[in-house]
Design a protein. Structure first.
Length: 247
């Protein structure tokens, strides 16, 4: 009954229905043959994977803007979040912590959730200025990025707490550049490592410090016991998988 009700809800959004079928037919989900019906796709994915897909679709809407320049940056932010989520999820699985796979994915997906919120606040401020009425540029994309980078962490933490998200998600949002060495194998630490690795693979907005990224990856590899084989597997098909989820 639950699956039937879920199918009815998904059918109301054609784009979501297409994504469900597309994901179910992806080789990563073990599809032996192409599926054409939504019911078969739902059965193949299972409720747990569907739940994560629905969270992903809902989160995606936060990373949208009607402003062209901000929309472009927001799109890159979303791709970065997807890359971090996918790496964190795979790393959790490689570590044999199957009960924390979904938590790691959710942490990665939302670790930068404060950024689009701050962006929306800046756009609203722009709309209320006289400059906006004259059609002048109130804030450049570079200024926007700097403002977002400086303020998104506390906003994201407050939002996660308001939504009553798990403590692991709040921890992942609060600090992405410092590992918690007292609790090594946690979703937040997996996200911290995934955040640096995603930046190394080109998934970031604005400038990054390559030396800082390299240092974080080196520390994370030691802390989380990531060998060369695991590191290669984490990024081997990353671009294809990000494109699949972003599409």
């Amino acid at each position: 009954m639950a699956s039937y009700s879920l199918i009815m809800i998904i059918e109301q959004d054609p784009l979501l229905a297409v994504r469900v079928v597309r994901l179910a037919n992806c080789a990563a989900y073990g599809g032996a043959g192409a599926l054409k019906s939504l019911e078969a796709a739902v059965a193949r994915l299972g409720l747990a994977k569907l739940r994560m897909l629905l969270i992903e679709v809902s989160a995606r809407q936060i990373f949208e803007s009607r402003d062209p320049s901000i929309a472009k940056a927001a799109c890159k932010l979303w791709e970065h979040s997807l890359a971090v989520a996918l790496i964190a999820r795979d790393l959790t699985a490689f570590a044999g912590r199957d009960d924390e796979v979904d938590a790691a994915y959710l942490c990665g997906l939302l670790h930068d959730v404060g950024k689009p919120i701050v962006a929306a606040m800046l756009l609203e401020a722009e709309r209320q200025t006289a400059a906006a009425e004259r059609g002048a540029t109130w804030i450049t994309s570079d200024d926007w990025l700097r403002a977002v980078d400086r303020s998104h962490r506390p906003v994201g933490v407050a939002l996660a707490q308001r939504w009553q998200l798990p403590d692991e998600v709040v921890a992942a949002i609060r600090e992405c550049n410092e590992f918690d060495i007292s609790r090594r194998h946690t979703p937040a630490n997996y996200v911290r490592f995934a955040n640096a690795l995603a930046k190394r693979e080109g998934y970031h907005v604005g400038a990054v410090d390559p030396d800082e990224v390299k240092a974080l990856i080196m520390i994370g590899r030691s802390l989380l016991e990531v060998n060369d084989e695991i590191l290669t597997n984490l990024t081997a098909t990353l671009r294809e998988r990000v494109n699949l989820h972003a599409g």
